[in-house]
Design a protein around this ligand. Structure first.
Ligand SMILES: C[S@@+](CC[C@H](N)C(=O)[O-])C[C@H]1O[C@@H](n2cnc3c(N)ncnc32)[C@H](O)[C@@H]1O
Length: 198
């Protein structure tokens, strides 16, 4: 399938899942290639990093992560929706796709004797209602980096401000990327480095 054909197919799958479960899917279309590039920027270009992707959906970030890793390290993707996890596992056989809740990341990594060098999250606000941020921090290496995007127009809403405060509490450094205007809707990335729990 061509790049455009794959994107159209992804959009249809994504929209169907959005209609089934709008709060969990949280977006009617997948993220753009430009946002994906910003999200995966912290993946080191050398070595064998452990990259964990949360809420991969149809794989907008998965594809970019795989391209950057080019066979190095480990790529584990945790997706709550079993239908989307099935699509992802079929499309990306090199990725370890786990069906589950992102907040179980410490157990899922501990079972495998791993800690994450980079965590890349496409999770919606709804996933952040529980103790998700401390769980992510706990699963990370001391020098790890966590990326999460947010939409520009909703950045000042209470759940978004709570999320940023949570990140600042759990990580030594949180920086905001430039705005990715090509994304629909425009988005920016919170880049959180060095978990405090480490
Ligand atoms: C906004 S979509 C992002 C998908 C993709 N990363 C992108 O940017 O196009 C959110 C994804 O997170 C998944 N999700 C929501 N809550 C989750 C949770 N608690 N644990 C794991 N995945 C979750 C949804 O099923 C959906 O695939």
């Amino acid at each position: 399938m061509s790049g455009t054909g794959a994107r159209t197919a992804d959009s249809k799958i994504f929209f169907r899942e959005f209609l089934r479960s709008p709060l969990v899917t949280a977006s009617a279309i997948p993220s753009s290639r430009q946002l994906a590039e910003q999200m995966i920027a912290p993946i080191p270009e050398h070595g064998d990093p452990v990259v964990v992707e949360l809420g991969p959906g149809t794989g907008a970030f998965t594809r970019a992560i795989q391209r950057r890793l080019a066979g190095r390290g480990r790529h584990i993707a945790i997706e709550l929706n079993p239908r989307l996890a099935g699509v992802l596992a079929e499309r990306f056989p090199e990725v370890e796709v786990l069906i589950g809740d992102a907040c179980t990341i410490p157990e899922l990594l501990a079972e495998r004797g791993l800690s994450a060098d980079v965590v890349i999250s496409g999770l919606p606000w709804a996933a952040y209602q529980g103790p998700l941020i401390p769980a992510i921090a706990e699963a990370m290496a001391p020098t790890g980096t966590f990326t999460q995007f947010t939409y520009v127009w909703t950045r000042w809403a209470a759940p978004s401000r709570r999320q940023l405060a949570g990140l600042r509490g759990a990580f030594e450094e949180v920086v905001l990327s430039r705005t990715i205007w090509q994304n629909v809707p425009p988005a920016l990335v919170y880049v959180s480095r060095r978990p405090r729990t480490a």
